[in-house]
Write a new protein. Structure first.
Length: 278
């Protein structure tokens, strides 16, 4: 009989942010598969949990997935945990989960803390609907393209960012989302937790004076309907046509004719917003 794979959420900072059920599962399983065993030992030792550990950090996830499946095929139960939060959500774990699904392994979620939801709860921005983006690409061109595509998104946007890329990413965001309400949360649930609220350019000035450390959650208000102009509508349609496979030139031609706009001006504006040529 195959074992059960438990997807266990762990604290994103404060070790007290763990559920009673998660602790029970971690104590009862046969083995714990951890993103980084050294990091996870801090949590496990804190709660007096001693179990065999398998490391599956991102560089080894494909190879270690087989070792985890072998345990499950032998009838053992496995708890999958990441360094913080939920495995597979902007964290390693998705490879193991997909392979377990392919092999018809019983998978049980054990929910818990989420940096995305925690940040939204204190942001003051609309939360009825939101778009979770997670970490943006490290390359400036690719990052700029994705931000440009999000220009017209009406829902609150949620990003994660590492400290060494924070100011560069905010600079790119300011070029696209200038004037929008923004909330940045540093070291969420940890000792040095801090919340910054305002427009991106002002927040960049504040952060330049602050110690940039730990991971950050960035929330940007969505595009309001009253902020849309005819050019914005046209650019949104160009983006839509390009996502459907049209070359930029053909997309611009169709939209410019429909809106009675200059093809050259619309083309140039599309380059500003969607920087990677198709």
């Amino acid at each position: 009989m195959k074992g059960t794979l438990y997807i266990v959420s762990t604290p994103i900072g404060n070790l007290e942010d763990i559920t009673v059920r998660a602790l029970r599962v971690l104590r009862e399983v046969d083995v714990i598969a951890a993103e980084d065993t050294r990091h996870s030992l801090k949590l496990l030792n804190h709660y007096g949990i001693a179990k065999p550990l398998i490391s599956y950090w991102s560089g080894k996830e494909k190879a270690r997935a087989e070792a985890i499946l072998e345990r499950l095929f032998s009838g053992q139960s496995v708890a999958l945990i990441s360094d913080a939060g939920t495995p597979g959500i902007s964290d390693p774990g998705s490879v193991v989960i997909r392979k377990a699904i392919e092999e018809h392994i019983h998978i049980v979620p054990v929910p818990g803390p989420s940096a995305c939801i925690t940040a939204l709860s204190v942001s003051g921005l609309p939360t009825e609907e939101f778009t979770f983006v997670g970490f943006l690409p490290t390359g400036k061109t690719r990052r700029g393209k994705i931000l440009g595509e999000l220009l017209f998104e009406p829902r609150t946007l949620v990003f994660y960012e590492a400290p060494h890329r924070l100011l560069e990413t905010l600079g790119d965001m300011d070029a696209v989302f200038e004037g929008r309400k923004t909330v940045i949360i540093k070291e969420i649930t940890k000792v040095h937790e801090e919340v910054f609220r305002g427009h991106i350019s002002a927040l960049m000035s504040q952060l330049e004076q602050s110690a940039v450390m730990g991971e950050y959650v960035i929330l940007v208000e969505g595009r309001k309907s009253g902020q849309m102009t005819a050019d914005d509508d046209a650019l949104a349609e160009v983006s839509l046509f390009m996502k459907r496979g049209l070359k930029r030139k053909e997309a611009v031609k169709r939209v410019a004719e429909s809106y009675g706009l200059s093809k050259k001006e619309l083309y140039d504006k599309s380059l500003d917003f969607f920087s990677t040529e198709q």
